[in-house]
Design a binder for this molecule. Structure first.
Ligand code: GAP
Length: 495
């Protein structure tokens, strides 16, 4: 585990050093907690991951369409969705250090400690008590467990705790120019509600027939108290969500369908199968009748990346009640008695993945330190073995020297490729150094233009993973890229 944690620390510093992720407004007091900016390479990787999701959801399913709803929504939305009353975490403060903690996290850390110390019975016993307290929403019992298990504040070392209280996670702001007239509105804590309120707009304007889905990617905001593990738990993050509307009574079958479809999509990225597992929920959210998480084995253990939820008709029904507008769908298909199914509020299966967590696992799974060379030339190289489709740059083109017409040939190659592929140009430093920099960015191919290129229109191609080099005609570069960077290849593994 400690070796894994070292790797995680290296991934985090790699992100900064190579322009993947920066702390937000870092120049001020080391930055804003749990808010991050994506740098020049991070934004490319993130865009590619988003595209992979979008192409799968929208392009390969003719019954799923996209949406881009606003971040601000009418405040009644959040009353209807249950977020104003129920979207909170149980928090406890230490009176001496004035630090605030999630009560369930303190208990989970204690369970992990019991397990580490071989006290399995104690760990199991506490886990059951924690699950029961959370299920019953029993805040007093959570505090009792913290006291009984003698949990102290990591900062003050004391056990001087307040009561456990619920703390709402939504950020609010005011709409309108005058503070006095201001209406309190919320920054959306999930993108899903933008889909629900547009359900009939999309269904009618797109003449969609059930079963059908609406997919959306976009920012969500949560006032997370405990900012942990880099971009795992952020206050501003991005979700990729799809709500799939089905006939009531068929939700179990569609829940199973989407579980399988989503895990296939993750596995098609080509990372180790053993790094993924399902975790079925014991404590169901207020809207769900079944739920599971897809977890990934991060260097700090298995953690949730995606949720698949059978949300019943909770959201549409609640929006109907709160808005006074009908949210029903007319199903003209015939049942077994030959009668139309008629009007009903559809049930919903949701798939909800955090783009930032997907980004983080992609980096953790791709980051490698490899021993290369022999004897005096022995060295370690850092390489991101990203699937080529995700790599920020698909190819780097290097003129061997800055003169003799080599840069012009290199530029001409880029001009032929740049409309299809993101290309990197560099003429500084020795070729070996330039290769290493591209390895660290995950660029799958490097092309070197030398004096021979002027004579016979050939170049050296160097492959990131094998580090093999070979001479190829300039005219064949494009087909090598087309073959390796091929959406069809990856997407056919998902359908
Ligand atoms: N609409 C359902 C929903 O929002 P969720 O389990 O709360 O469900 C879905 O969130 C996904 O969003 C999670 O699996 C996770 O990947 C991501 N996510 C949630 N909170 C996050 C946070 N604070 N920082 C980064 N990602 C987060």
């Amino acid at each position: 585990m400690s070796e894994d944690i070292d790797i995680f620390k290296k991934v985090v510093s790699h992100c900064k050093e190579y322009g993947f992720v920066f702390t937000s407004s870092e120049i001020y007091d080391n930055g804003l907690g749990a808010v991050y900016d994506y740098g020049q390479n991070g934004v490319e990787l993130k865009n590619n991951l988003r595209q992979y999701w979008w192409k799968f959801m929208v392009q390969t399913h003719d019954n799923i369409v996209g949406l881009d709803a606003a971040i601000f929504m009418h405040p009644k939305t959040w009353k209807a969705s249950g977020h104003i009353d129920g979207f909170s975490d149980p928090m406890i403060d230490n009176k001496d250090s004035k630090k605030r903690y999630r009560a369930d996290n303190l208990l989970e850390d204690k369970i992990a400690k019991y397990q580490k110390d071989g006290k399995t019975n104690k760990a199991d016993e506490l886990q059951t008590a924690l699950d029961n307290s959370l299920l019953a929403n029993d805040l007093d019992q959570l505090k009792t467990l913290i006291e009984q298990h003698e949990i102290a504040c990591p900062f003050s070392g004391t056990r001087n705790w307040t009561d456990v209280r619920q703390f709402n996670l939504m950020f609010s702001t005011e709409m309108g120019a005058m503070a006095e007239d201001a209406d309190k509105i919320y920054l959306r804590p999930e993108t899903a509600q933008g889909i629900f309120v547009n359900f009939l707009n999309v269904q009618k304007s797109g003449r969609m027939k059930i079963p059908f889905g609406i997919a959306q990617t976009g920012k969500a905001f949560r006032n997370e108290i405990i900012a942990r593990q880099f971009i795992m738990r952020m206050r501003e993050f991005e979700q990729m969500e799809m709500q799939f509307f089905v006939r009531p009574g068929t939700q179990k079958q569609w829940f199973e369908y989407w579980k399988e479809a989503r895990i296939k999509w993750h596995l098609a990225l080509g990372f180790d199968k053993a790094s993924y597992r399902f975790h079925d929920h014991v404590k169901l959210a207020h809207y769900a009748d079944a739920a599971t998480d897809i977890e990934f084995d991060f260097p700090f253990g298995f953690k949730e990346v995606e949720g698949i939820h059978s949300r019943t008709d909770f959201d549409l029904k609640s929006h109907q009640e709160h808005s006074g507008k009908k949210m029903q769908y007319f199903d003209a298909d015939l049942d077994e008695n030959g009668k139309p199914f008629g009007n009903y509020i559809p049930y919903v299966i949701e798939t909800s993945i955090g783009l930032d967590r997907l980004f983080l696992y992609t980096l953790c799974a791709s980051y490698k330190e490899e021993e290369v060379g022999e004897g005096d030339k022995k060295d370690t190289r850092v390489v991101l073995s990203l699937p080529p489709i995700l790599a920020p740059y698909k190819v780097a083109i290097f003129p061997l020297t800055k003169k003799d017409g080599l840069p012009e040939v290199a530029r001409k190659i880029i001009d032929d490729l740049k409309f299809d592929y993101n290309c990197f140009y560099e003429e500084k430093d020795a070729i070996g150094k330039r290769y290493r920099r591209q390895d660290a960015l995950g660029t799958p191919f490097c092309i070197t233009v030398d004096h021979e290129s002027l004579e016979n229109q050939t170049v050296t191609i160097r492959y990131r993973d094998s580090m093999l080099q070979e001479r190829i005609p300039i005219s064949s570069i494009k087909s090598i890229l087309d073959d390796a960077i091929n959406w069809k290849k990856i997407l056919t593994q998902t359908v």
